[in-house]
Design a protein around this ligand. Structure first.
Ligand code: TTP
Ligand code: MG
Ligand code: MG
Length: 440
């Protein structure tokens, strides 16, 4: 891919759009039945560890790992979907809030004295310059809450977001040959087969998915369509919110023309500053130096990775193993338990559910890990690896029982028990498609 003959690319920055131009269409309240939380005596939490995605070091090492999901040797059509202002959009739906009023999700602002941070905020709040990870005190300074200003501050409820996320993931995974939930509000889909290699059909598919998500769940989503993961992820940002952007294989050079290096996932402020000192601010400026010269400035690994990003030769693999390090479930008891037999029974049930889940995902694991939290929050994990990855519930039930029985401290109250399947692997014959129909 060459950067000669560049075409001017018009980009929309949602943060710079005036408020009234932002689409704010939300579903009527009756669509929200699924969001009503169920009341439980016990609190059961499923934890998913997401790997940090987009780091260039990951991009470098990925070449050494044979693809276990979709194949990257032929041209693929990948879709990246990311929900718009996700936590805030769910709260707006659930509490029937006015989407035009600034809504900030985060820790208690304590009238500007709070020490927490902003999780996210809706686009009305972004017009005040508020964004994720900003100190909540700074958010309050920019847009105070009642009675000093129009800001509406909510702490947020994770259970609601998980439920909404699952509904969206079910819709997204349906047409995908390979599917990967990459975080609570984003997923990669390999739709090459579904659209028969046709990029126009891919665009139409994204539009249909966008409509279905809005109709059935009431949330807006943005889509990126591109031949590699990183390009798909970057394109889903381009027309946010409720946007679709496509990069055809021969348009990659144009896409990077004038685009700030900072927009590439994996290039952080430190790296960007280092490159700016060499006078490199945009991707095309860095690329035209050539890999060798860039390598002398910023290191060979970085130069090779950035070159491959622009050449469109970084990974196109879509596989649950890429985003997920482990599958686990744990349970916190409403009061500390002294009956260890009863706790062991809960552990068996959690282990069984983890294995059911991992089978649905088509993954197996080598590591069994039992987590025990005692009265007073003291937490221990006890793990054991087996030589080859397996997905047999019987094997892991025995391991879990053994780990619990040999490690639990007698006569102590138990606050939490959990099971985790780690060191995941995927049998090559099994299709890498996740199912999102578990009840918790
Ligand atoms: P993002 O997709 O990064 O952000 P977003 O969906 O709120 O907004 P956008 O329209 O730009 O995609 O993150 C998804 C959710 O993850 C977000 O709604 C809240 C949560 N989150 C945090 O709790 N802390 C953070 O620092 C970030 C970035 C996100
Ligand atoms: Mg999002
Ligand atoms: Mg996201």
């Amino acid at each position: 891919m060459r950067l000669s003959n560049p075409r001017h690319i018009r980009r929309q920055n949602p943060f710079l759009q005036p408020l009234e131009e932002l689409p704010v269409e939300f579903r009527p309240k009756e669509k929200l039945v699924y969001l009503t939380p169920t009341i439980e005596v016990l609190f059961c939490e499923e934890y998913i560890n997401f790997k940090h995605c987009g780091q260039y070091s990951v991009g470098v090492s990925e070449e050494q790992t044979p693809p276990q999901g979709s194949v990257s040797s032929h041209e693929r059509i990948l879709v990246h979907c990311d929900l718009d202002a996700f936590f805030a959009a769910v709260e707006i739906l659930h509490h029937s809030l006015d989407p035009n009023k600034p809504l900030i999700i985060g820790s208690d602002p304590q009238a500007g004295r709070g020490r927490g941070i902003v999780s996210t905020c809706n686009y009305a709040a972004r017009a005040f310059g508020i964004h994720s990870a900003m100190p909540i005190s700074e958010a309050w300074r920019r847009c105070p809450g009642h009675p000093f200003g129009p800001g509406h501050y909510i702490r947020g409820s994770r259970g609601l977001y998980s439920r909404a996320s699952r509904r969206v993931m079910e819709i997204l995974q349906a047409p995908a040959e390979f599917f990967e939930k990459a975080s609570i509000d984003e997923a990669y889909l390999d739709v090459t087969k579904a659209v028969n290699g046709d990029w126009d059909a891919a665009f139409a598919l994204c539009r249909a998915l966008q409509d279905t998500i809005e109709e059935q769940v009431g949330l807006t989503a943005s889509f990126g369509i591109a031949p590699t993961r990183i390009l798909a992820k970057m394109s889903s940002e381009v027309n946010k919110p409720k946007g679709i952007f496509r990069i055809l294989p021969d348009e990659i050079g144009d896409f990077f023309e004038g685009r700030s290096l900072r927009e590439v996932p994996g290039i952080g402020p430190k790296r960007a500053t280092q490159l700016a000192e060499w006078g490199l601010v945009t991707v095309d400026e860095a690329y035209v130096h050539g890999e060798l010269a860039l390598g002398r400035m910023a290191g060979e690994r970085f130069a090779s990775w950035l070159t491959r990003v622009v050449d469109g030769t970084t990974s196109a693999e879509v596989s649950p193993l890429r985003s997920r390090k482990s599958v686990g479930k744990e349970r916190t008891f409403s009061s500390d338990q002294t009956d260890h037999e009863a706790v062991l029974e809960v552990l068996r049930s959690l282990t069984q559910r983890v294995l059911t889940r991992s089978r649905e995902m088509g993954v197996s694991g080598r590591l069994a890990e039992v987590k025990i939290r005692y009265t007073g929050f003291e937490t221990h994990t006890h793990g054991r690896s087996i030589p080859v990855a397996m997905d047999e519930p019987e094997v892991f039930l025995r391991l879990a029982e053994h780990l619990f029985a040999t490690n639990v401290q007698h006569n102590r109250g138990l606050r939490l028990v959990g099971f985790r399947l780690g060191q995941l692997d995927m049998p090559p014959t099994r299709q890498a498609v996740l199912k999102w129909n578990e009840e918790e």
